[in-house]
Design a protein around this ligand. Structure first.
Ligand SMILES: NC(=O)c1ccc[n+]([C@@H]2O[C@H](COP(=O)([O-])OP(=O)(O)OC[C@H]3O[C@@H](n4cnc5c(N)ncnc54)[C@H](O)[C@@H]3O)[C@@H](O)[C@H]2O)c1
Length: 244
């Protein structure tokens, strides 16, 4: 019998990460869920049949401990999906504090680096693996009042390409997904705002936000052997946003 793929999902306590962890478990992955301490990780143990390890993606030793805990338990890592991310309140760059800018970069791009680096240190010697970084449509286009987030997501796209160039020859594929608006706690305020929600709907050719599962299924595809020749790509899951 083929053994289960061992896959870590960060940001697993909420939104896209939660949906991805559950989706992958249903598809036969051995899932390791991780998120910040004090998040709702506990219930995922039951929902996914996997283990949960708390880790802050901004903190090097916590990310390294996550990887060690996974390898100690399962002996390998086949997949890594980095969903952990933040988007602070929308504000013009002139009023954005350095603290907000740096925390956004620390979480979204430094976190992506730490997570991918730690996974790569296992996957490269293993000779196989697939890493999916969650970028955004804002990896490639601008958006008002969102300089830190947009800059961080642009960097995530370039990080994914750089790692794909470095590691594909060792059997490790790296890809970036670019979601458009997704109905999660992160986008709740925008999607419930009477003006912004109408604008977002009109701006999206499909006329609605994605459900988290619609991003999860794209992650599952990129992790799967069906994507065996796909690396260094950017896959928008955006209801047509970037086509407009
Ligand atoms: N929701 C959207 O519209 C949308 C659109 C494009 C991209 N994205 C991206 O998708 C990813 C998931 O977002 P979501 O919508 O599910 O948001 P969410 O807020 O529902 O979930 C994000 C999760 O990341 C965790 N997290 C935050 N900082 C962390 C840290 N330092 N260490 C570990 N975990 C941390 C949070 O605790 C939370 O559980 C993010 O990278 C986000 O930027 C979301």
């Amino acid at each position: 019998m083929k053994s289960k793929k061992v896959t870590i999902v960060t940001g697993a306590a909420s939104g896209i990460g939660r949906a991805t962890a559950i989706f992958l478990a249903k598809r036969g992955h051995q899932v390791v869920c991780t998120d910040l301490p004090a998040t709702k990780l506990g219930e995922l143990q039951e929902l996914t049949g996997g283990i949960c390890i708390e880790a802050d993606v901004r903190i090097e030793f916590e990310v390294d401990a996550l990887i060690k805990g996974t390898v100690d338990k399962y002996g390998r890592i086949d997949g890594m999906v980095n969903c952990a991310g933040i988007e602070e309140n929308f504000v013009d760059a002139r009023d954005m504090t350095l603290e907000v800018f740096e925390n956004t970069m620390r979480t979204n791009i430094t976190g992506s680096f730490l997570v991918a680096r730690a996974a790569g240190r296992v996957m490269v010697p293993q000779g196989s693996g697939s890493i999916v970084l969650i970028g955004s449509i804002l990896s490639t286009v601008g958006y008002g009042g969102n300089a830190a987030y947009t800059a961080s997501k642009g960097a995530v796209l370039q990080l994914g390409k750089a790692l794909a160039v470095d590691w594909s020859k060792f059997g490790v594929r790296v890809n970036v997904i670019g979601p458009g608006p997704v109905a999660t706690p992160m986008s709740k305020a925008s999607l419930e705002d009477p003006v912004k929600s109408v604008w977002l709907r009109d701006r999206t050719p499909m006329g609605r936000p994605a459900q988290p599962n619609e991003v999860a299924s794209a992650c599952a595809f990129l992790l799967s052997d069906d994507a065996s020749y796909i690396t260094g790509t950017y896959l928008p899951v955006d209801g047509g946003w970037l086509a407009l």
